[in-house]
Design a protein around this ligand. Structure first.
Ligand SMILES: [Zn+2]
Length: 105
């Protein structure tokens, strides 16, 4: 992509300029050299859901069924998060990640 910038350059931008960029993770598997990337927003979304589930779990502590449902949901989210960070080809978690930023259309 032509308007991709490095993390270094991104950090030097003003706050308002930063809003024009999307963060992406470029990943390289150390085991099989497979390359892939995913959006930082995907990872943030998973983290947000984990946090809201945790808060819900606190409020529902007197209901054992609800607590089980919440922890199951969190397990699913953890699997999703782990999948993002591990190699889709060989499943290795020995991965090098580099932050990339590109300008929104
Ligand atoms: Zn791999």
């Amino acid at each position: 992509m032509s308007n991709t910038i490095t993390e270094e350059k991104y950090k030097s931008l003003s706050w308002s300029k930063k809003q024009d960029y999307i963060q992406e993770w470029a990943c390289i598997c150390n085991a099989c050299s497979h390359k892939w990337h995913y959006l930082d927003s995907v990872e943030k979304q998973i983290k947000r859901e984990q946090t809201s589930n945790a808060l819900m779990g606190l409020g529902m502590c007197c209901n054992p069924c609800m607590t089980t449902a919440t922890s199951n949901a969190n397990t699913q989210l953890e699997i999703q998060e782990a999948k993002l960070k591990s190699c889709p080809k060989c499943g290795s978690s020995n991965v090098k990640r580099t932050a990339k930023f590109f300008q929104k259309e």
